[in-house]
Structure formats: C-alpha cells, structure tokens
Design a protein around this ligand. Structure first.
Ligand code: G4P
Length: 291
C-alpha cells in the first residue's frame, strides 16, 4: 500500500488551490461541502474549517444511494451536534436534492432576514461548492442547474470570468467548484479513498487493494460479502489469508488463464468494480464513532 501514500498533492499545487478557494470565498455567503457518504471522514479535507473560517456551511453526504441509510442518518445527527446542517443526497438520480434550497434557507435565515429588514426586497446570496475530486461536484451542479433551469450570466463588475447559476429566488451558485485535496495521513484513509474509487487504479496494486477490501468486508459485512461471491462460512473462516479468498473468488467466476491458473488480477479488478458499483449493497465504511 506504500504506493497509495506516495500520491500526495504537491505543496505548490495545494497552495495555489488554497489561494484560489480563498479568493472565491470572498465572493460568497455560504459554502457547500460535498462528502462521500460512504467515507465522510476520508473524503473530508482536513483544512476545510480553517479555510472557510466562519462561513455558514451545508454538508452534502453524496452518493447516499451507495451508503447505508441508518449510517447516513447517524452522520446527519452527528454533524448537527456540531451545528452543521447536513443532508443525504444522490446526485446521480437527484434524490434528496429537493432538500437543498430549504436547508440553505435555514442556514442563511439570519442573513436573509437582516437584509430584508434593511429594505432589500429579494436579496441574492451566493454560494460555492468544495470537495475532493470525484466526490460529485459536477453531478450536483448538473442536478441543481437542471431542477431550477439555471441561468448562467457573466458579472464582469464582480470578478471577471466568474459565472453564476441561479438556483432559486434567493441563491446563486458559483459555477467553478473548489477542488480540495484529500488527506493521506494514515493507511485507512488511503485505503478507503482507493476502495471507493476516489484514487485511480493505475497508480496502485489492484491485487493488494482487493485483498485489503476482502479483509475489511469479511470483518464489517461478512454476510453481504459471502452472498455476493457465493462463499460459505468455512471458506472464509478457513482461508489462511485474503489471497486464498481472492483465488477462490476468481475460480468461482471462471477467471482462468492458460494452464488453468487463476487470473487473480482480473478477479481483484472485478471485486473492486463490484464494490464501487454497490453490487454488494449499501455499505458505509466510516461511522461517526470513529471520529
Ligand atoms: P467531481 O465533479 O467532484 O469530480 O465528481 P463527478 O460529478 O464527476 O462524479 C464522479 C463520479 O461519481 C461520476 O461517475 C458520477 O456519475 C458519480 N456520482 C456522483 N454523484 C453520485 C451519486 O450520488 N451516486 C452515485 N451512485 N454516483 C454518483 P463516473 O463513473 O465518473 O461517470 P458516470 O458513471 O456518470 O458516467
């Protein structure tokens, strides 16, 4: 797994990104932080709080269709304790997106009211999206834009080049999301990002990764894992290591190469693909208790 840890963002790249986000933050009244509902800890940027300071924030637990429903609610409740409003969304189907504008209204109600009290009839507040690569930023923009027939307009007076989507009567969304970097400060984080596909496969050993996934799933979801790959209890329990389980699954799926050997690389890719496509069911890898 050492290869995973090597894909750090370069410090120069991070500084540039940080500056860009800080510049955009000056233009907005609130931030929408998108997390992967399956791994809300690993998909969060550790610097987010210091980066956005006191800006009001809404957290989207995206890809909630692939995460466990009870865990989604646990996360929403957990974040609420820290005064953070979170909603579970599926930006692929659009499920849960209808809660976004009401939540934003709630988070920004003080500001909207005070502007109204000052005589501004229909104040417009602006928001921006932040999140790590692949977490669903563009999918969210597409959904919210479609739902509200977003109008893109240039505002050269504000900042040349910035465009805003109108997402409701009171809100506009900056069209360029802030791309945050994930943290790789421990093995579990790196693995969870890799399991969910946040990190590309070409830069890691797929067999090693699939073996780790086998170990994790055997521990947290043994039933779902056994059902999907038609394993029996004794195979899982008696396997001396996850490589044996990987070979067994490869054989079961008929993944052989010449000479009758098992194509473990193909089997590894298949296991990872099936996990990422939620074919093993809805699985959350990180719960609030872990924080
Ligand atoms: P980004 O802008 O943050 O980099 O992420 P993007 O929206 O491109 O989404 C990354 C991938 O995650 C896409 O899949 C997208 O369809 C998928 N995705 C985003 N939100 C959700 C969600 O709520 N549920 C599920 N199941 N998937 C989601 P892709 O394989 O790259 O493309 P495609 O499958 O759309 O062709």
């Amino acid at each position: 797994m050492s290869e995973i840890q090597n894909i750090q963002w370069f410090p120069g790249h991070m500084t540039k990104t940080k500056r860009k986000i800080q510049a955009s933050l000056k233009l907005v009244d609130a931030v929408v932080e998108i997390l992967d509902a399956r791994i809300p800890i690993s998909s969060r940027n550790p610097d987010i709080a210091s980066l956005i300071q006191n800006k009001p924030r809404v957290v989207l637990l995206n890809k909630c269709d692939m995460a466990d429903k009870i865990s989604n609610q646990k996360w929403i409740d957990h974040l609420k304790k820290s005064n953070i409003s979170a909603i579970a969304v599926d930006c692929k189907s659009g499920k849960g997106i209808n809660k976004f504008v009401p939540t934003l209204n709630n988070v920004l109600s003080n500001k909207l009211n005070s502007l109204k009290n000052k005589g501004m009839i229909n104040p417009i507040l602006r928001i921006m999206i932040v999140g790590i690569p692949n977490v669903g930023k563009s999918s969210f923009i597409n959904k919210i834009a479609k739902q509200t027939k977003a109008k893109v307009e240039d505002r050269p007076g504000v900042t040349r080049g910035n465009q805003w989507y109108t997402i409701s009567k009171n809100f506009e969304l900056l069209d360029t999301p802030g791309v945050l970097w994930p943290k790789f400060d421990d093995q579990t984080t790196a693995e969870h990002l890799a399991f969910t596909g946040a990190i590309k496969d070409q830069i890691m050993d797929v067999e090693q990764l699939a073996m780790r996934l086998i170990e994790v799933l055997s521990e947290i979801k043994p039933q779902k894992f056994m059902e999907r790959f038609k394993l029996t209890d004794d195979i899982l329990v008696n396997s001396e290591n996850s490589y044996e389980t990987l070979k067994f699954i490869g054989k079961k799926r008929g993944m052989l190469i010449s000479g009758g050997e098992i194509d473990t690389e193909r089997a590894a890719t298949m296991i990872l693909d099936e996990f990422r496509a939620a074919k093993l069911g809805e699985i959350t890898l990180e719960l609030p208790e872990k924080e």
